[in-house]
Design a protein around this ligand. Structure first.
Ligand SMILES: NC(=O)c1ccc[n+]([C@@H]2O[C@H](COP(=O)([O-])OP(=O)(O)OC[C@H]3O[C@@H](n4cnc5c(N)ncnc54)[C@H](O)[C@@H]3O)[C@@H](O)[C@H]2O)c1
Length: 399
């Protein structure tokens, strides 16, 4: 059986760019995904992930012969796990994908191999991966290296950030830490900082919780200001003049695969102490409900309101709708007002829940325009067209 330098488990937003990058750096890479259609598409140089310049990278990785996509793992020096880590009912982490990926690479492991968990995970997961491996293969106890290296890239800039970002890496023991740091130093230009697996896991969770807590502050302010008749954006602009104040901008809530999920992993680990982190999550969820209520309030002024919803992605200029508060709000509005809700998402050609409209067309047909995501396309919308409508600019799209 062919031996690879690296075997990457999961070819999504993280795994595919990483596998392609490593392949173009001259490593022989086995890319594994459980979805046959994903493997087949990548073989033909195509994929689902919308990311600038990724097409060129994937094509050259596949054409060079260095990236071989497949449904099964294969022997390699390094195994990298980049599968989803969502949460279940009640916000408990769902580690079933990590467990399944680990189970499927176990038969191919050999002494001295390095297993890297890249998926964002609750503290202790890397140690669990090692336990799962050595429970199935006791002869590997103390003879394999297992480490965590959380991925911190920003969708939209993945290719630059994969190489340019600093990385925090940590093993389950000193040898694993040394090995994982040496591996990333082969292709990362940023600093590679060494620590334990547990600290590396917590670092990633804390980074996202920090953002979530700070956005929650802005979102809470926006609701208070809404009740008090104050422009929250003006307020934040003034307050930020203070040399030691830097309030973020409010929006329709917080979404995405990371910020809306990862703080729950901390809450799950220590529910007694993670009070502010939990509350921030709750505030950001409440903000979406608050926005929905404001839209309804405006719409009820009309007999048969037509509502244009601008943006359903979780943030500007991406096509990703995972955990998107805007998608949630659009869905709720469609449930209430049916086909009179015209949804616009310039980064998607279609969506399974509803038809998508051109922005100009939706706005010109609408009584109420609600801007949920400040995509660059919305900045150029005809101001005259907008001024004749009731406009709720939740995200500062028209500033
Ligand atoms: N997307 C981001 O911007 C981002 C940023 C930082 C960290 N992360 C973290 O990286 C991890 C992966 O996220 P993603 O966005 O790439 O997810 P994704 O859903 O885009 O991709 C995951 C892929 O793994 C595949 N998969 C599932 N089970 C598998 C298995 N047992 N074996 C092989 N493949 C399997 C899926 O089919 C899918 O193609 C998550 O933990 C996420 O939190 C994501």
């Amino acid at each position: 059986m062919e031996h690879y330098d690296v075997c990457v488990m999961g070819l999504g937003y993280i795994g595919l760019p990483t596998a392609s990058l490593l392949a173009t750096k001259g490593m022989r890479v086995r890319g594994v995904d459980v979805r046959p259609e994903v493997v087949d598409r990548i073989r033909h140089g195509r994929y689902d992930v919308k990311e600038p310049d990724l097409d060129v990278l994937v094509r050259s990785a596949v054409q060079s012969g260095n990236l071989e996509p497949g449904l099964e793992a294969a022997p390699a020096d390094v195994f990298m796990i980049a599968v989803p880590t969502p949460f279940r009912e009640g916000h408990a982490p769902d580690l079933s994908y990590v467990e399944a990926a680990t189970a499927s690479l176990i038969p191919f492991l050999a002494e001295g191999n390095l297993v890297i968990l890249e998926s964002t995970s609750p503290v202790g997961t890397t140690e669990e991966v090692e336990r799962q491996i050595t429970a199935a293969r006791p002869e590997l106890k103390g003879r394999i290296l297992v480490a965590h290296s959380p991925e911190r890239v920003l969708p939209g800039q993945i290719l630059q950030e994969l190489v340019g970002n600093d990385r925090v890496v940590g093993g389950i023991d000193a040898a694993s830490t040394k090995a994982v740091a040496a591996f990333y130093r082969r292709f990362v230009r940023g600093e590679v900082m060494e620590t334990t697996a547990r600290t590396a896991e917590m670092t990633k969770l804390v980074e996202n919780s920090y953002r979530d807590v700070n956005i929650a502050f802005a979102n809470e302010l926006s609701m208070i200001c809404g009740e008090l008749g104050i422009s929250v954006r003006e307020l934040i602009r003034f307050a930020n003049q203070h040399p030691r104040v830097d309030i973020l901008q409010p929006g329709p809530g917080v979404g995405g695969h990371c910020l809306a999920v990862d703080p729950w992993f901390i809450v799950w680990s220590d529910p007694k102490n993670a009070r502010m982190i939990r509350t921030a999550r709750e505030v950001n969820v409440t903000k979406s409900e608050w926005v929905f209520d404001r839209v309804v309030e405006k719409a009820e002024r009309f007999k048969k309101p037509v509502i244009a919803v601008l943006g359903i992605a979780y943030k500007p200029d991406v096509d990703d709708t995972r955990e998107s508060p805007s998608l949630h709000i659009a869905g709720q509005l469609r449930e209430r007002y049916g086909a009179d809700v015209l949804v616009v998402e310039p980064n998607l050609t279609e969506h399974p829940w509803f038809p998508l409209f051109d922005a100009e067309e939706a706005v010109s047909r609408a009584d109420v325009v609600v801007a949920l995501v400040s995509h660059r396309e919305f900045k150029h919308l005809d101001r005259e067209l907008l001024s004749a409508r009731v406009v709720l600019d939740i995200c500062g799209a028209f500033r």
